[in-house]
Design a protein around this ligand. Structure first.
Ligand SMILES: Cc1cc2nc3c(=O)[nH]c(=O)nc-3n(C[C@H](O)[C@H](O)[C@H](O)COP(=O)(O)O)c2cc1C
Length: 345
């Protein structure tokens, strides 16, 4: 890793960062989050390294779109073949990302059974090979690992020690095992031992799981000495989460509906030419109107919408000021031929 490129060391302490959330934190939502309450780091949804190094490249590349306003923006990849992991990291570097994160925490059966995601916890040698390969491909960009604290049992100490051997810039621990999925409260009591292990290693440590507000994140940092906190589900319907000056509850219905509409129009603007379907917006609508007066009625109507214009027509009568869309710049389209050369045999 090139120390000059390791932006993590220049972040405020503690760092409050946005978790990768597949089908949620795409470039459209991240644009909205960066505008209304910017975290210290943003991560893309996870993207398959094997998929990127195949004919699937063109289909997957929209998942790696971002806007300049998101920086520092980190690409998250998953896989278990060092060769494709290295190529995928190089693709991320060519796309201009600020770092590459490796997903070693995904609990999904079809990912784990191939040995990727949380499956990596069961094969530390291969995990380390993949990390070294990603470091090579990332060409000096900081490489990090987001993982869990064990597969079936908690094996935090052994697993974190393996990760530290590779001198990664950061590890983020989702404080549950793979077996626990998200069914039990996150084991924040286990972070103390991890803090001791990373001390003086040069690797930073962020904790993740069940954190709902900046205040709660700050208390956990004060209690445990962890370098940062990653927030996941708390962002649903609340792009103001990272803004210390705004509480969603204090905003007017019109202000909240304007952001809902802006998000819907940005989604169409960014993804009209891709396989990303507007249905993704329906779960966002559901979360945005949560707690509003007339929420039930709005939710029912909005979750039937198939376009931003339809959503606009639904909410028009609930707003006391008209909404006007100002389209943001789209990140320039990558040269696919150049990217294909990275993994072409
Ligand atoms: C809908 C959804 C999608 C997720 N997608 C990813 C992903 O792409 N990559 C990843 O590392 N974790 C993913 N996760 C896990 C989250 O990043 C995070 O670790 C987990 O939700 C716990 O944090 P929280 O309690 O703050 O939500 C996902 C979780 C959810 C609920």
């Amino acid at each position: 890793m090139n120390p000059a490129k390791n932006f993590y060391t220049n972040l405020p302490k503690p760092a409050f960062v946005l978790a990768p959330l597949e089908q949620v934190t795409d470039a459209a939502f991240r644009y909205i989050i960066a505008k209304y309450g910017k975290p210290h780091v943003l991560y893309t949804e996870f993207t398959s390294a094997d998929g990127l190094c195949s004919l699937g490249l063109e289909r997957l590349i929209p998942d790696l779109r971002y806007t300049e306003s998101e920086r520092p923006i980190v690409a998250q990849i998953f896989g278990k073949r060092p060769e494709t992991m290295r190529h995928a990291a190089e693709i991320c570097r060519k796309l201009g990302f600020d770092g590459v994160d490796i997903n070693m925490g995904c609990p999904e059966k079809n990912v784990c059974k191939t040995g990727a995601g949380a499956g990596m916890i069961n094969d530390p040698s291969l995990a380390k090979e993949c990390i070294y390969a990603v470091k090579e491909g990332a060409g000096g960009l900081p490489v990090s690992v987001k993982t869990r604290i064990g597969f079936t049992e908690i094996t935090l100490e052994e697993w974190v020690n393996h990760l530290l051997e590779t001198k990664i810039a950061l590890t983020t621990l989702h404080l549950r095992t793979r077996k626990e999925m998200s069914k039990v409260p996150a084991h924040w009591d286990k972070i103390h031992r991890a803090v001791e292990l990373v001390k003086d290693s040069g690797t930073l440590l962020y904790g993740n799981g069940d954190v709902e507000s900046l205040e709660q994140g700050q208390s956990l940092v004060d209690e445990t000495g962890v370098d940062g906190v990653m927030f996941g589900r708390a962002i649903f319907g609340n792009p103001w989460l990272f803004n210390p000056r705004v509480a969603r509850e204090d905003l007017s219905v019109t202000e909240r509906l304007h952001v809902l509409l802006e998000h819907a129009y940005v989604f169409e603007h960014f993804f009209a030419d891709t396989r990303k379907h507007f249905l993704i917006m329906r779960s966002h609508f559901h979360a945005y109107v949560n707690g509003m007066p007339s929420a039930k009625e709005l939710r029912i109507k909005l979750t039937q919408c198939s376009s931003a214009d339809e959503a606009h027509a639904v909410v028009r009568d609930y707003m006391d000021k008209p909404f006007v869309f100002d389209p943001p710049a789209i990140h320039s389209k990558p040269n696919l031929e150049e990217l294909r050369e990275i993994f072409a045999v």
